[in-house]
Design a binder for this molecule. Structure first.
Ligand code: IPE
Ligand code: IPE
Ligand code: MG
Length: 240
């Protein structure tokens, strides 16, 4: 792939979907697909970093995923441990820094500890940010932002007419990403054509790329295809 850096998206967001169907096709339990999905994530992290992408946000567990069978939920919430146990040296070797968005407080304590440890162990890295959306839901994020802003207004710290887009942005979980908080490109695998409560505000002007490939089958070559497709898009932002 030709590296035309102008055309490389700064922030890519991925809805990693299709693990369960991938496993079913092989007569295996759904969690088998989730385990394979972690291996795919590792490959995509390496490739995204090679391409010079600055932020890779991945949807790992949604606020709606609590409605799955308890065994599957537990399995999913244990995956961060597998991920860091097997991949931390590579993250550091590639200068990748980990961060996350989502409501961490509701996660099992072990998962919270693992995430904190993963953040701490990569905090000095200056390359790509791998931003993991864990127990993340965009409606919850926006609700929380509205509560924070309303509290400031009620306490007389903020005038309602001072509420603008920038201020709302500043109260969202992606705020720490600064000028790159909005993804340039959103990829969803597995053929589903919906957002499933992912980054509703931030994706307002992003390019969307959908593929039928199931997440465990999504390879760096397919990621490159998405980036090439993105590079051909004309982003107009409402202009002519
Ligand atoms: C994506 O795969 C992983 C998570 C949602 C955590 P799925 O588990 O949704 O797989 P399908 O969509 O059922 O195939
Ligand atoms: C979205 O996938 C959430 C993640 C990939 C973590 P789902 O499989 O949960 O979404 P729906 O249920 O098909 O909308
Ligand atoms: Mg799914």
């Amino acid at each position: 792939m030709n590296h035309d850096l102008e055309k490389i998206p700064k922030h890519v967001a991925i809805i990693m979907d299709g693990n369960g169907r991938w496993a079913k096709k092989r007569m295996m339990p759904r969690v088998f697909g989730h385990r394979k999905g972690v291996e795919t994530l590792k490959e995509i992290v390496i490739r995204a970093n090679e391409l010079g992408i600055k932020i890779l946000t991945v949807y790992a567990f949604s606020t709606e995923n609590w409605s799955r069978p308890e065994d599957e939920v537990n399995f999913l919430l244990n995956l961060p441990k597998d991920f860091f146990d097997s991949f931390l040296p590579q993250l550091n070797k590639n200068n990748v820094k980990v961060d996350y968005i989502g409501d961490a407080n509701r996660l099992p304590e072990e998962t919270q500890a693992i995430m904190q440890e993963g953040l701490a162990q990569t905090s000095k890295n200056t390359g790509m940010i791998l931003n993991i959306a864990l127990n993340y839901g965009s409606r919850q994020e926006i609700t929380q932002a509205v509560q924070l802003i309303a509290t400031k207004v009620a306490q007389g710290e903020l005038m309602p007419n001072a509420i603008d887009e920038e201020l709302i942005d500043a109260h969202l979980m992606t705020h720490f990403l600064g000028e790159y908080s909005a993804p340039d490109l959103m990829i969803r695998t597995s053929g589903e054509l919906r957002l499933s409560n992912f980054l509703l505000w931030q994706l307002a002007y992003s390019e969307f790329y959908f593929t039928d490939i199931l997440w465990p089958d999504f390879k760096p070559e397919q990621f490159d295809e998405a980036i090439i497709e993105y590079s051909k898009r004309k982003r107009r932002f409402g202009k002519v």
